[in-house]
Ligand binder design. Structure first.
Ligand code: ZN
Length: 366
């Protein structure tokens, strides 16, 4: 294995502890390993998911040459077709007139910026501190992904996750209520916020396909890159859990040194690498779990949407989803799954796995 041997200094341990306490590491991993009534834990589901996903090599999505105006027109058209009640709001966000996306001086907080393909900046929506407005940064690299990510982030922007926070700040909501909306949320309620955006991604692809902006091959490239991301999120969660279960918190220099020594002895370089990543980056299992949830729930939702026999059924699913966006702040993982699909999360994972197994069989003509 390349690179210097990991040396656990006092400073390293301190930084490691800080990172882990930022995301409540031991508590979160306990949450993942608790079993439900059927003796299935979220971690069991993660292992189950990892076992059924088959990958092809990663391919970059194709380039497109849209102006910002053309891009925003396509996105507006998409929302007015699929979610007419949200279309006006989306239009206002994109043209800089939405009151939630304006600072105290009336200046728009929506920024479009062209960046190079290799720049590691991703578009985002969010609020900072007690500012009564949201920021929306869109980084453009001239790929299909730009369009899709803008639609993805817009969904966060119009979801109650974000809008309730802005309302709370504007209305001088008591600290206790406000804290519940932001930092005191349970793991369960935190873990649902990528469902909405991933459902939109899939519907948006369908829309781009109907307009000839994407083709079937592009969809396959997208689906495969989604699976690649999912696999890396799943292994991050599993490996991080394998590290944490060997430690007690706050970690001491002695314990971390002993663990690292043991891992070197066992040639378990994956876990040594995981310890380094836990120290160096803010990509942690709590953050990644919501992407796992988002991708899996969206996949099962979209499959059901595609299998609808009538337009009426399809419209009904869209209507339920549009209403869902207004109450995301009050749902947790199980109630969100119930709301969208009438299933619990375990059944959704099972459906996902069955779908992947039958895809593989079809591809191999079994
Ligand atoms: Zn997102």
């Amino acid at each position: 294995m390349k690179g210097k041997k990991l040396k656990i200094t006092e400073k390293y341990v301190q930084e490691f502890n800080e990172r882990c306490s930022n995301f409540r590491a031991p508590e979160f991993l306990r949450f993942l390993t608790e079993s439900d009534g059927n003796n299935v834990s979220y971690l069991d589901l993660i292992v189950q998911l990892e076992n059924v996903i088959k990958l092809k090599p990663y391919k970059q999505e194709k380039k497109i040459n849209f102006t910002i105006e053309e891009m925003t027109a396509i996105i507006e058209e998409f929302y007015s077709k699929y979610f007419p009640k949200k279309a006006e709001e989306v239009k206002q966000i994109l043209n800089g007139t939405h009151p939630y996306f304006m600072d105290q001086n009336g200046k728009s907080t929506v920024h479009f910026e062209k960046v190079n393909l290799d720049e590691n900046r991703s578009s985002n929506v969010g609020h900072s501190g007690n500012n009564p407005y949201l920021n929306f940064n869109v980084y453009l690299k001239d790929t299909i992904e730009d369009l899709r990510t803008t639609a993805h982030e817009l969904t966060h922007a119009i979801s109650a996750h974000e809008t309730k926070i802005v309302d709370a700040i504007k209305e001088n909501t008591p600290k206790k209520v406000f804290d519940r909306l932001t930092k005191d949320k349970s793991f369960e309620s935190d873990s649902i916020c990528e469902i909405e955006s991933h459902i939109i991604e899939k519907l948006f692809n369908k829309f781009l396909l109907s307009k000839g902006i994407m083709n079937e091959e592009d969809i396959k490239v997208y689906e495969n890159s989604e699976k690649i991301s999912l696999v890396s999120e799943l292994s991050l969660i599993r490996e991080e859990r394998d590290v944490i279960k060997c430690l007690s918190f706050p970690v001491t220099q002695e314990d971390l040194t002993a663990l690292v020594e043991k891992l070197y002895k066992d040639k378990n370089f994956r876990l040594i690498d995981r310890i380094k990543k836990m120290h160096d980056t803010s990509r942690n299992s709590e953050h990644m779990f919501r992407y796992v949830v988002g991708r899996v729930v969206a996949d099962v939702w979209f499959k059901r949407f595609e299998e609808c026999e009538t337009n009426k059924e399809r419209r009904e699913m869209l209507k339920i989803f549009q209403n869902y966006l207004n109450k995301t702040h009050e749902l947790d993982l199980e109630s969100a799954c119930e709301e969208l699909l009438g299933l619990d999360f375990t059944s959704i994972v099972e459906d996902y796995c069955l779908g992947k197994i039958s895809d593989i069989k079809t591809q191999n003509n079994i």
